[in-house]
Design a protein around this ligand. Structure first.
Ligand code: HEC
Length: 133
């Protein structure tokens, strides 16, 4: 069993809830969202959890990054979170992830933090995805 399985489950649950809202949610959209959450979860496990913890709860090497209250403390919306990650993370090897991987990570992190995510996050919807509310 993968260590980050619980986070994946949380992220996927986030998408189910979001899709359950009904408005504009298609089966195809839901599938994409789930796939992205899974991909982003694996990226988190491989590149981030060594410092930010298995559950994103933080370690002595990096602060907590997942959680409904936590994620919006510093970043008002998903675009700002993306820009920070793309430029600064992983701390020991910044710039090692490409743009698509960073969006997958952001999509995963937002969903796994219990925020509503309608679809894969990208430049087109990230600014409207508030993290501070
Ligand atoms: C080598 C350790 C290390 C790795 C690996 C790492 N980080 Fe970090 N991260 C840090 C440290 C230390 C900070 C705090 C300093 C700062 O904000 O620049 C931080 C800060 C952050 C923050 C801001 C948290 C806040 O609220 O202030 C986010 C978001 C973040 N990291 C995401 C990631 C992601 C996503 C990855 C994987 C791609 C990652 N980090 C990999 C060490 C790490």
């Amino acid at each position: 069993m993968l260590k980050a399985d619980w986070v994946l489950a949380a992220a996927i649950a986030g998408f189910t809830v979001a899709c359950g809202g009904g408005v504009g949610a298609t089966d195809a959209g839901m599938q994409t969202g789930r796939d992205v959450a899974a991909t982003g979860g694996l990226l988190f496990e491989r590149n981030c959890q060594s410092c930010h913890g298995e559950h994103g709860e933080g370690t002595d090497k990096g602060p907590a990054v997942l959680g409904k209250k936590r994620i919006g403390k510093r970043f008002k919306n998903a675009q700002l979170l993306f820009e920070f990650i793309e430029k600064e993370m992983p701390k020991d090897n910044p710039g090692s992830l490409d743009v698509a991987q960073c969006w997958n990570l952001v999509t995963f992190m937002v969903a796994a933090s219990g925020k509503k995510v309608e679809d894969r996050l990208s430049e087109s919807n990230a600014e409207d995805t508030r993290l501070d509310k």
